[in-house]
Write a protein that binds this ligand. Sequence first.
Ligand code: BGC
Length: 272
Amino acid sequence: MMKVLEKQRLQNQIALVTGASSGIGSGVAKALAADGATVVVNYASSASGAEKVVKEITDMGGKAVAIRADVSKEDQVLEMYRQILEQFGTLHILVNNAGLQKDAAFVDMTLEQWQYVLDVNLTGQFLCAREAAREFIRRGVQPEISKAAGKIICMSSVHELIPWAGHANYATSKGGVMLLMKTIAQELAPHKIRVNSIGPGAIKTPINHEAWETPEAAAKLLTLIPYNRIGEPADIGEAAAWLASDESDYVHGITLFVDGGMTLFPGFTANG
Ligand code: BGC
């Protein structure tokens, strides 16, 4: 079981992790809590998943609460922030993690499939980042808590860079996240708000279970990963905790790929 760390880099900080009831989001929530943050475990539909994550965190001596909101709906995002500010007074860290796939061949993709993915993966990040930035600007820097007024971490993907046939909606959303992140990093820096992305590769979660659950699928997937192992949510959690901490205070406007080398074009190892 996970334990709270001795050196807690995120003490006295409130963190919101969207889409934290499973997968990468739950790994990030646990890592931030282990580092001392009080974590808001946001979820859209799985209350039981969110409660499980909250329990894992409180069992290890950390602090967490679950709050429901569909990040693609403005009224629900505003209501979630209202609850956070009422309960905790402020927010220091946003991990814009909620995301999903609705895969289809391009010629078969419905407008609904396209729109749904863009709404959650891109508009959801816009809405949550805007509300976080408003609060960070209102409060300003609290030097005893962090060098920055706030930290925004966007969950992107290797597919902000690597085109992905059969996933035009998803790849487009992540390409959008890349320029949303960089643009707001440029715009919010004078307010001492740090904005970065994490670009996970293939991480073992429900979103891509088909890609790793059989030995044949896993072997095929590993041909795309030079480091030769499939990632775990904790790999992303560690990166998020570092990006949220003052140890990365001069890191701003980047995508940190955490992908075992997936973005190294491994197809060219013995070719080209
Ligand atoms: C996708 C996964 C995929 C991984 C690597 C992620 O962004 O959500 O389904 O396995 O990229 O291709």
